[in-house]
Design a protein around this ligand. Structure first.
Ligand code: NAP
Length: 273
């Protein structure tokens, strides 16, 4: 049996074990996916240990994605994002020649949008946020031809990200103008993860004909409720989680993973919490 794992700190609330184990069993693979709390300063030891013990592969979550670049050889995409969320072990020379890093967050977000019938090429897309997830998403959407605006609480981070991927950067005070203009709005901040979080966007700014995608997946956010009330098409963060996980499985096994089974496993796990 092959062992796979997610490393993070904290990691006990991760939905990945339920999701990835459901995928492995539907695929008929003899594999088990576990979660391990790994401190940032022990990440190198943990990855080398997993490789030495013949693990099938790893996912990495907060706060380990950036540190992983010091251990794994990143592909062009992960190097450009400055973050690794998927580690694969392959034949190669020496320690550094066997451990490879990938980032499936951006493509996961794109697949989630496409899967619900949203094309981004040539569309005005507003990304709110400039943290790790926003970077991955903004890069992928820009590569896919979106006309990108990025707004962030710290405007300088939005300007820097926009300059790096191609687009325009703003502060949150510009949302009053940017939200109604956008055809697709993506919340890539952590606002909405907790009940009682203040609203990022005045709900009256959303409109029919717009798609609003909130990458938060642990609860139905006020942002999505407001957008749905305004007649916009809404998409929560579950399918991004599912797609980034299925892309990891594809990297490890070369096989497509069953996204419908994975979605069911995540939604069931969320209902039971
Ligand atoms: P991060 O790197 O810490 O970035 C956090 C972002 O949120 C920054 O842009 C930050 O703005 C902004 N922010 C935080 N508190 C805020 C507030 N009170 N008001 C306005 N903006 C605020 O985190 P991350 O890794 O990008 O994750 C962000 C969210 O995405 C989390 O909820 C995470 O669970 C979710 N996520 C979902 C998926 C998925 O598959 N669905 C994948 C990855 C992440 P500043 O720059 O101004 O601090």
């Amino acid at each position: 049996m092959l062992v796979y794992a997610v490393f993070g700190d904290p990691v006990e609330h991760s939905l990945s074990p339920a999701m990835q184990n459901a995928a492995f069993s539907a695929m008929g693979l003899s594999a088990r996916y576990l979660a391990f709390r790994v401190r940032r300063k022990r990440l190198r030891d943990a990855i080398l240990g997993a490789e030495a013990m013949g693990f099938g592969g790893l996912n990495l979550t907060i706060p380990l994605k950036e540190e992983a670049l010091t251990v794994a050889l990143p592909d062009e995409n992960a190097a450009a994002m400055g973050a690794v969320n998927t580690v694969a072990f392959r034949d190669g020379e020496g320690e550094g020649g066997r451990i490879f890093g990938y980032n499936t967050d951006g493509l996961g977000a794109l697949r989630a949008l496409e899967g619900s019938g949203v094309r981004v090429s040539g569309r005005r897309v507003l990304v709110i946020g400039a943290g790790g997830a926003a970077k991955a998403i903004a890069r992928q959407l820009a590569l896919s031809g979106a006309k990108l605006s990025i707004a962030n609480r710290d405007p300088q981070r939005a300007l820097d990200l926009a300059a790096a991927v191609g687009g325009r950067g703003y502060g949150l005070s510009d949302l009053t103008r940017l939200v109604p203009e956008a055809e697709v709005v993506v919340n890539a901040t952590s606002v909405g993860m907790r009940a009682g979080d203040p609203r990022l966007v005045d709900g009256r700014l959303f409109r029919e004909g717009q798609t609003v995608f909130d990458i938060v997946y642990n609860r139905e956010t006020e942002l999505l409720q407001d957008a749905a009330n305004a007649g916009a098409r809404v998409l929560d963060g579950v399918m991004m989680l599912v797609w980034q996980g299925s892309l990891s499985i594809e990297i490890w096994t070369g096989r497509k993973a069953p996204v419908d089974v994975m979605e069911q496993a995540v939604r069931e796990e969320l209902r039971n919490r």
